[in-house]
Design a protein around this ligand. Sequence first.
Ligand SMILES: [Zn+2]
Length: 199
Amino acid sequence: MQNISEINKLIKLISKLPGLGPKSAKRIILKMINNRQELMKPLAETLKEAYNNVIRCNICGTLKTSSSACDNCENISKKYNKICVVENISDQWAIESSSTFQGYFHILGGTLSSSNTRSREDLLIDSLIERIKKNNIEEIILATSATVEGQTTAFYIQDSLKNVNVKISKLAQGLPVGGEIENLDDGTLVSAFKNRKNF
Ligand SMILES: [Zn+2]
């Protein structure tokens, strides 16, 4: 096979995506090359658009377009007294679809761990404190995963909020050890919310 550096680069990049290895990366690339107009071109253009226009909200951590206010924390007409803190947007989606929680969301964008360099700033902790004060929030629900990193992050947030007048609770029963929020079924999530404990 001819050694084409563009394709090799693509294979390396696509293999880094979740759930994909070099084998599936090659299949994806071949599919794109065989469908230049219908797939490859619009994909390249859409990726560029997303790269230029989609940013992280620096208040709540969700994704938004750079030209508009955030639907997650700014364009909300309802007033809530709770904020649910999650690791990723997919966790928010899972919790929303279970309809068990009425309140705001705060997306950390990851966890604190020794293996990566996520900092307090990345997790938007100062913004979380601002949001609590500004919106008269009465309860913070820590819905981080039942993994070591998720729990370390929960303790870190608890510690960061020790001088803030807010009740802190944490998802409880039903959350399997090692369980990631986005992979839980609705029933487990509802039970974890109902049985949340003071933290
Ligand atoms: Zn926001």
